[in-house]
Write a protein that binds this ligand. Structure first.
Ligand SMILES: [Mg+2]
Length: 110
C-alpha cells in the first residue's frame, strides 16, 4: 500500500464531514490526542516497568501509531497535501540536514 492509497482509504472511514468548517480543527485536536496516547504508554513503561521497553504491548502500540497516522493523513487531506508528498518531503528535509551536519541542531527551518 502506498501512502496515497492509505490516504484515500482513511478518508472513507471518517465520521466527520471533511467539508465541515470545524473539520481541520477536529483533526488537529485528534492528532494531538493520539500523540498523547503514545506518550502516555511510554510514560507507563517508565513508571510500571522500570524503563523496560520490551514490556510494551506491541499490538496495542501499533494500533496507537496507526491512529496517529490516520490523523496525519486526515490533516494532510484538509490542507490539500498528499500523504505521499508529506512523507517524501520529510525524508528529503532530514536527508538535507544530515548532509549539511545540522540534523542535531534546533529550529524548524535549518
Ligand atoms: Mg488511539
Amino acid at each position: 500500500m502506498t501512502f496515497d492509497e492509505y490516504q484515500k482509504k482513511a478518508t472513507t472511514t471518517s465520521t466527520i464531514d471533511p467539508k465541515s468548517i470545524t473539520a481541520p480543527y477536529y483533526f488537529a485536536l485528534g492528532l494531538n490526542g493520539e500523540a498523547g496516547e503514545i506518550a502516555e504508554k511510554m510514560k507507563k513503561i517508565i513508571r510500571n516497568h522500570d524503563n523496560d521497553i520490551t514490556k510494551l504491548d506491541l499490538d496495542d502500540f501499533k494500533k496507537e501509531l496507526g491512529d496517529v497516522l490516520w490523523y496525519v493523513s486526515m490533516m494532510s487531506s484538509q490542507v490539500g497535501l498528499s500523504l505521499e508528498d508529506v512523507a517524501a518531503t520529510n525524508l528529503a528535509k532530514l536527508a538535507d540536514r544530515k548532509v549539511r551536519g545540522v540534523i542535531k541542531s534546533t529550529g524548524d527551518n535549518r
